[in-house]
Design a protein around this ligand. Structure first.
Ligand code: 9WN
Length: 446
């Protein structure tokens, strides 16, 4: 590393630490100021993964704080709401207590997010000597186990070995093309169709708060944003009861990103259980064992890539996104398949622009270098894929991507996402998981 690179890296480490301190609400670290005042599930996990290098106790607290929101049925909600009165509007929208499983003493959303918890627990554990690590594992294991049991019980009703999602927010990649294509083709509520038909979309801006903070071109379109709220209201009408939702909703997807993360989370859960000499309950083990085979059902031999699948029709949803590369992180696919994915990363027309990895391949109809999950580069995706590349033995690719990622953040600042063509920062400033994962990419010893 040259002297100037070293200076940039140490400045980035300092800035990243500062962002985490600034976004700290005491018992949890919010994703960013203004736009995201609440606690989000996978944000807290990514944040803890970086925070462990600065303060491992605080990283543990971040996880325990997220687990306060766990429902009686085991679900870990995707958000715990900030209880300040200013934010009441948000939890008023969810009304999670319509469901008897929701906690009494805090307000949460009624859906989940990708299961990054086990990964964060293990990464925190790596910082501890064996006896303390076991104590930590014992502390979280019952809740972690209950969460995985809930995933399979509620979200795999046909015992397929794949989890289904009921809202794009659960995928964490809110307006990702496969979900948006489904939404546009089949599921827009009549009133949004009517507004579209008479070209009145701009009126919808009146109902949005996010675009007060972030340029409109960098967020979801008005139609997408309203459609996602409409889906949320449908879930609320069903009191977030999965039986009722499955009976009525058509918007049910076996999401690729979520299931790849689940595959890896299962491996971590098994390792945690083994280390503290616990047996995974038989039902859960059976479901988890289905994973390598069922993930392979999402492979499309024609386009030679992985896709999400419609739960009801079992049709692959053939719109490509960065999730296509996440089987590398899952670690369950063959070396041969991993090589196909690596070729896509190398391809300049797909995932290889100047500032990779774009959230949508460049040649996709949906690609827009500034629009949220439809083009920009997100650091959590890079982190997951770097981790997968290393485990499949693509060390050089992992090193190159780590370097380009860290350089981009050092040059452009700690943003929510980045333009993959120019490296320009986009979305919220001082974003927690970008800060935390930059720290981890710099500090983690491989
Ligand atoms: C809805 C907090 C979250 C991330 C998601 C990202 C975005 C929320 C939003 O922000 O989603 O959950 O308001 O758009 O898509 O991945 O967890 O950072």
């Amino acid at each position: 590393m040259s002297n100037s690179q070293e200076t940039l890296t140490s400045k980035l480490l300092q800035d990243a630490g500062q962002v985490l301190r600034d976004n700290d609400h005491g018992h949890y670290i919010a994703p960013a100021k203004n736009l995201y005042p609440h606690q989000w599930l996978w944000d807290s996990c990514f944040t803890a993964i970086g925070l462990r290098h600065l303060d491992n106790d605080r990283a543990q607290q971040e996880i325990m704080s997220m687990l306060r929101g766990q429902w009686a049925n085991g679900m870990v909600p995707h958000m715990i709401f900030n209880q300040d009165s200013v934010q009441q509007r948000d939890w008023g929208v969810w009304k999670s207590r319509l469901n008897p499983n929701a906690p009494e003493d805090l307000s949460t959303s009624g859906i989940t997010q990708p299961p990054m918890l086990a990964e964060a627990v293990v990464k925190i554990g790596e910082q501890l000597a064996l006896p303390e690590r076991r104590t930590w594992y014992k502390q979280v294991y019952p809740q972690l186990l209950a969460y995985h049991q809930w995933i399979y019980k509620d979200r795999d009703p046909h015992n397929e070995g794949l989890a289904l999602l009921i809202h794009p927010w659960e995928s964490g990649l809110d307006n990702t093309p496969p979900w948006m294509a489904e939404l546009n083709h089949h599921l827009l509520p009549w009133w949004i169709r009517a507004i579209k038909a008479v070209h009145l979309e701009p009126v919808l801006s009146l109902f949005r708060t996010d675009t007060r903070f972030i340029a409109r071109a960098e967020r979801l379109s008005n139609v997408e944003a309203m459609a996602l709220y409409a889906v949320q209201r449908r879930l609320r009408r069903k009191h977030y009861d999965i039986g009722a939702i499955l009976n009525h909703s058509l918007f049910i997807i076996e999401d690729l990103a979520f299931n790849c993360i689940l595959a890896r989370a299962n491996q971590h859960l098994e390792a945690i259980a083994k280390s503290i000499r616990q047996d995974i309950p038989e039902d859960l083990q059976k479901s988890m064992d289905k994973m390598p085979k069922t993930l392979e059902e999402l492979w499309d031999p024609y386009n030679r890539q992985y896709y999400p699948r419609d739960f009801i029709t079992h049709k692959l949803l053939k719109e490509s996104s960065v999730a296509t590369l996440l089987p590398l992180y899952a670690g369950t696919v063959s070396q041969e398949r991993a090589e196909v994915l690596v070729k896509m990363i190398e391809n300049e027309k797909l995932f290889g622009p100047a500032y990779p990895l774009p959230s949508v391949p460049l040649e996709s109809f949906y690609f827009n270098s500034k629009r949220y999950w439809q083009g920009p580069t997100w650091i959590n995706m890079n982190w997951l894929i770097i981790d997968g590349l290393r485990r499949y033995g693509f060390k050089d690719h992992a090193d190159v991507l780590t370097e380009s990622t860290v350089e981009m953040i050092a040059k452009s600042g700690i943003a929510e996402y980045y333009d993959p063509l120019t490296g320009e920062p986009l979305g919220a400033d001082d974003f927690s998981w970008t800060a935390a994962l930059a720290i981890d990419l710099i500090k983690a010893k491989h």
